[in-house]
Write a protein that binds this ligand. Sequence first.
Ligand code: FES
Length: 181
Amino acid sequence: MANRIDRDEKIDLTPLLEVLANRFRPRDDQEAYELIVGACQEAQRLYGWVPPEAAQAIADHLGVTINRVYGLLTFYADFRTEPPGKHFLWLCHGAACYVMGSSRLIELLRDRHQLVDHGVSPDGELTLHVFNGCLGVCDLAPVIQVDHHEYWGRLTPERLEAAIEALKRGDRLEDADGTAG
Ligand code: FES
């Protein structure tokens, strides 16, 4: 999800409560435990992350402790317990991208933007996930997929910096320096 949700924004629990009431009806404690992950996935689908209010609503609905919900939320790396950044960067760190310098991109994001794997930049603009597989576009290596649909290819730290600035300005990437792949 590309839209950032501010920490201070009040979460409307109505859609989650409807889904829980319609689809999550445990018959016993064991079933309630087994439904926690699915309920958290629904919350993340609805909000882009699992806000504390949603975690509490899930615990209340299933009759489990909030600690059990957070135990699973922190166990599975795909769950977000912080609001996502406005833009999502999926940085490929597979073999071809590694050889072509993806480590330097990771360093730039860490040193210049305080952005680490599964983190959000302090300005709330960027979320980063580093992917150790292959995004399937090795001819663009090193490459970052942006907001789930666009690729920045053949990146150098300088080109990445320019692309991020363009993204924050809302410019089309081609207008920055032809960074788009
Ligand atoms: S290794 Fe990065 S796209 Fe294939």
